[in-house]
Design a protein around this ligand. Structure first.
Ligand SMILES: Cc1cc2nc3c(=O)[nH]c(=O)nc-3n(C[C@H](O)[C@H](O)[C@H](O)COP(=O)(O)O)c2cc1C
Length: 193
C-alpha cells in the first residue's frame, strides 16, 4: 500500500527550492538504498555528496557544455519530446538542489550496472517517502567526474541525483497499463483482456 503510493506519486523534478536537507534524512535515504540486491552481493555502488555552491556550479557548467553538444546532434524527435517536458540543455537543478548525489558504479563486478540502477530505484522511493524530489540525471559524458573528485579509475559515474524540495509540479507522463505489458504462458497472451 505505502510503496505503491510512493511509486505512483514520484515524479522527475527539474526545478528545486534552495532549502537545505537535514543530514539525517539524507542518511535514511542512502541507508535504504544500500540494502538493494546486487550481483554476487558486491554492492558496486559509492555515493559522493556535493553541496558546495562552487562545486555545484562547476558541475553545472561542465554538464551544460556536454548537453549543448548532445542536443545539437540529438534526433529531432527526442528534442521535441524533451521540450514538451521542459527539458533542454539547461540544467538548473545542478545548482538549485541543496545536495547532488553522485552515484558511482564499480566496473567489472558482476552485473554492476544493473545492480547500481536497481539500488537507485530503492533510493528514489526512499526519497519520495521522506518528501524529497529527485531526478536521475544522466550526462552523456561522465569521465570528467573522475578527475574532478579524484575517483579511482574503476569507478564510473552513473547518474547525478539532485535531491531537495520541488519548485515545480511536473505532470504525470503516464505509464502503460498492465494489460499491455503482462503476458501469460505465451507472448501476446494477455493476463488482463
Ligand atoms: C536511466 C534514466 C536516465 C534518465 N536520464 C535523464 C536525464 O538525463 N535528464 C532528465 O531530465 N531526465 C532523465 N530521466 C528521467 C526520465 O525522463 C523520467 O523518469 C521519465 O520521463 C518518466 O517521468 P517521471 O520520472 O516523472 O515519471 C532518466 C530516467 C532514467 C530511468
Amino acid at each position: 500500500m505505502y510503496i505503491q503510493k510512493y511509486a505512483v506519486t514520484r515524479r522527475s523534478v527539474r526545478r528545486y527550492k534552495k532549502e537545505d536537507i537535514p543530514l539525517n534524512d539524507l542518511m535514511y535515504i542512502l541507508d535504504v538504498a544500500r540494502y538493494a540486491p546486487s550481483g554476487g552481493n558486491r554492492q558496486p555502488w559509492r555515493f559522493l555528496l556535493v553541496s558546495s555552491p562552487e562545486k555545484k556550479k562547476e558541475i553545472r557548467e561542465i554538464c551544460e557544455e556536454i548537453e549543448r553538444k548532445f542536443y545539437n546532434r540529438a534526433p529531432r524527435e527526442f528534442v521535441e519530446w524533451a521540450a514538451s517536458r521542459n527539458i533542454t540543455w539547461r540544467k538548473p537543478h545542478l545548482t538549485e538542489a541543496p545536495v547532488l548525489i553522485l552515484v558511482f558504479g564499480r566496473r567489472g563486478t558482476p552485473y554492476w550496472i544493473e545492480s547500481v540502477w536497481l539500488m537507485i530505484g530503492y533510493l528514489l522511493l526512499a526519497a519520495e517517502e521522506k518528501g524529497y524530489a529527485t531526478l536521475t540525471y544522466t550526462p552523456s559524458d561522465t569521465r570528467w567526474a573522475n578527475s574532478m573528485f579524484n575517483v579511482p579509475e574503476e569507478y564510473r559515474l552513473q547518474t547525478i541525483i539532485p535531491i531537495g524540495k520541488p519548485d515545480e509540479a511536473p505532470s504525470d507522463p503516464g505509464r502503460l497499463p498492465l494489460k499491455e505489458i503482462v503476458f501469460v504462458e505465451e507472448w501476446g497472451n494477455k493476463l488482463i483482456q
